[in-house]
Design a protein around this ligand. Structure first.
Ligand code: GDP
Ligand code: MG
Length: 379
């Protein structure tokens, strides 16, 4: 197949509108092919003069698309054109008419990599949204996970079951982190109506996105927004208040909220610090024992206010099994007090043990399945 269609064009920049799009034309005669439809502004042929030149001109039937051409070699040419989809489509159309095959960038990347883990890491890197997640994927691209798999194989060959098991278990402990390198963690804020969930989302995001209203029950649907917390990508959801809704529309919202809770990686249970602790507050805590409980509106506590982000709220009875003790967070969505501590607490709950630089982290379902397979085979 590659003999029949040796020339290929790959979009190196993501599709959509951008300032500049880059296409790579690769294969024998790539430069000659581009030259057939390219007119350099200076009139000189593309391949005259110094190698690695950048040449500005037009491509295709007159007037043609403006291009900057970088001839890396006779068989590898980069075309930089306007970033709109129409310009890219036009350039590709001309290349296809001359026998070029359009190759998706993932296939192109995969074909260049002998190591399937490095190929998968390269593809995943394009979807990493934050620096820490990209750094972890880059480590896997450079062989961290492949070397660890080799160590496991080596241990198994040496009949070192203990060593193999230890390595497999250490990797499996990072599977959850790996799963989220390209998929944000789902964090849901829940609690009774009017405790300040929507305001907290706004404070966490730093802008007014969620609907905030003094009337209980204004946010009747799930509003989501993606952000980063401690460097980890997080999708925050604001839910309808957890209470028995009388109105049909609101009931649907509450139902969706419960589904959202079931799917969440972390539930932040918000309470109103200015209100007396009630049985329904206690019922919420009992129903979601793994939730991160916080007391909002701490600005209303006046003189009696605990230090934001640290101490137990005064209205919580010491007998409460989840929230007694000093690690109860207090916040004010209004003044911003305790918001940074809340971000740190959320990040700490999502990734309690961040891997050191260079550590192996499995990041695809196949890799995790392979590890589970190893685990089962080790007696
Ligand atoms: N004083 C004070 N008021 C707040 C705070 N957070 C929210 N509110 C107010 O409480 C009301 C309900 O807030 P909202 O975010 O809509 O609550 P939700 O129903 O839980 O989403 C609004 O009037 C907010 O301005 C806070 O930290 N301090
Ligand atoms: Mg709301």
């Amino acid at each position: 197949m590659s003999e029949m269609l040796p020339l290929q064009v790959v979009e190196l920049t993501p599709p959509g509108r951008g300032a500049v799009a880059t296409l790579l034309v690769e294969g024998p005669g790539a430069a000659a092919l581009v030259e057939r439809k390219f007119r350099a502004c200076g009139g000189r042929p593309l391949r005259s003069g110094a190698a690695d030149r950048l040449v500005f001109g037009r491509f295709g039937d007159p007037p043609g698309e403006e291009l900057v051409v970088h001839c890396r070699s006779g068989r590898s040419v980069e075309l930089h054109c306007h970033g709109g989809t129409a310009a890219v489509a036009m350039v590709e159309k001309v290349l296809v008419e001359f026998g070029c095959r359009v190759v998706p960038w993932r296939d192109w990347l995969g074909a260049r990599q002998e190591d399937p883990i490095a190929a998968a890491a390269g593809a995943a890197l394009a979807e990493a949204r934050t620096e820490p997640t990209a750094a972890i994927l880059l480590d896997q691209y450079h062989g961290a996970l492949r070397r660890e798999f080799e160590q496991i194989e080596q241990a198994l060959r040496n009949h070192d079951a203990t060593g193999a098991r230890r390595r497999v278990d250490a990797l499996l402990a990072r599977a959850e982190l790996g799963r989220h390198l390209v998929r944000p963690w789902q964090v849901v804020l829940a609690g009774r109506t009017n405790v300040g969930k929507s305001s907290l989302i706004n404070a966490l995001l730093g802008y007014g996105r969620a609907i905030v209203h003094p009337t209980p029950g204004t946010t009747c649907d799930v509003v989501t927004a993606t952000t980063a917390m401690g460097g980890w990508p997080v999708e925050l959801s604001d839910t309808a208040g957890l209470r028995a809704a009388e109105d049909a529309v609101e009931r649907a919202g509450v139902q969706r909220a419960r589904q959202q809770l079931a799917d969440a990686d972390l539930l932040v249970l918000v309470f109103d610090a200015s209100k007396t602790w009630s049985d329904s507050d206690k019922a919420l805590l009992d129903a979601w024992p793994n939730a991160l409980p916080i007391d909002n509106k701490c600005d209303l506590l006046g003189e009696a206010a605990p230090t934001p982000g640290q101490t137990a709220a005064r209205h919580i009875p010491a007998s409460c099994r989840v929230c007694s003790g000093a690690n109860r967070l207090t916040t004010s969505a209004l003044t911003g007090q305790g918001i940074e501590a809340l971000v740190r607490a959320i990040a700490g709950r999502l990734v309690p043990d961040p891997p050191p630089p260079g550590a192996a982290v499995p990041f695809t379902d196949e890799q995790v399945q392979a590890l589970i397979g190893y685990r089962a085979s080790i007696r």
